[in-house]
Ligand binder design. Structure first.
Ligand SMILES: [Zn+2]
Length: 247
């Protein structure tokens, strides 16, 4: 539980609202109120926070700030202790790129992202366990196993873009950072996967969807996977990572 959750719960109880009566007053779903109070990773939309603030008669700017809305990602870095910057780098980089290309809705076009970064996406002809690789020719290129399902190729492309962005093209191609399923213990592989997850299923967009579906989220896993054009497996991992929700 963080400060925002504590404050909201405290105010709601003090003012004798139930989840439902507060939700009715604010004009939002009651499960959203619950999410706000009990799910530490839940990030409400600004207008939702404003509605709650008005209903509880508390300062909406304060709520927004507590929810992290006025804190820029780069600022978040400077607030962290030294050495912690790298932890946020994959997420910050993915968010920065989406913002620069002005992508604000799913599904994320990974080919457009690659093009924006001057990275060519080429076919990889290789064994099934090999998903992709950063190319070693002069040209910036990543190679993707075209025999794999489209959704998996998209994840592979995002992963390899992550290597180029986070670890540099020459370093990544020199080391021959391959992407094999199930071999994710290398810190660089973990970083590339975190980048890929944030790029394809950005937290902000996921929060909006979570809010939309509320408690019925579990009935919409395939809709959501379709919306983000990712596999249901990748989406389930993402939901578990972001919200500790398991399906
Ligand atoms: Zn990799």
């Amino acid at each position: 539980m963080n400060k925002l959750h504590e404050l909201l719960k405290e105010e709601r109880i003090k003012q004798r609202y139930s989840y439902r009566s507060l939700a009715d007053k604010a004009g939002i779903n009651h499960s959203t109120i619950r999410c706000l109070e009990v799910d530490p990773s839940y990030r409400a939309k600004p207008d939702t926070l404003k509605k709650v603030a008005i209903a509880l008669n508390i300062d909406s700017d304060k709520l927004m700030e507590m929810a992290g809305y006025t804190t820029h990602p780069t600022k978040r870095n400077s607030l962290n202790v030294e050495g912690d910057n790298d932890k946020w780098k994959p997420l910050n980089e993915a968010q920065r790129i989406l913002k620069e290309i002005n992508i604000s809705n799913p599904p994320i076009d990974v080919y457009m992202v690659a093009k924006y970064l001057n990275i060519k996406v080429e076919d990889l002809v290789g064994p099934n366990h090999l998903s992709g690789v950063v190319g070693s020719k002069k040209e910036k290129a990543i190679y993707v196993n075209k025999a794999h399902p489209k959704v998996r190729q998209r994840f592979t492309i995002a992963h390899e873009i992550g290597h180029v962005v986070l670890h540099g093209f020459s370093e990544s191609s020199k080391k021959g950072l391959l992407f094999r399923m199930g071999e994710n213990h290398d810190p660089k592989e973990i970083e590339a996967n975190r980048f890929a997850a944030e790029l394809l299923m950005p937290k902000e967009m996921m929060d909006m969807e979570c809010e939309k579906y509320g408690e019925s989220l579990e009935n919409h896993i395939s809709d959501l996977a379709h919306k983000f054009n990712v596999s249901e497996a990748a989406l389930s991992i993402r939901l578990a990572t972001l919200y500790s929700r398991f399906f």
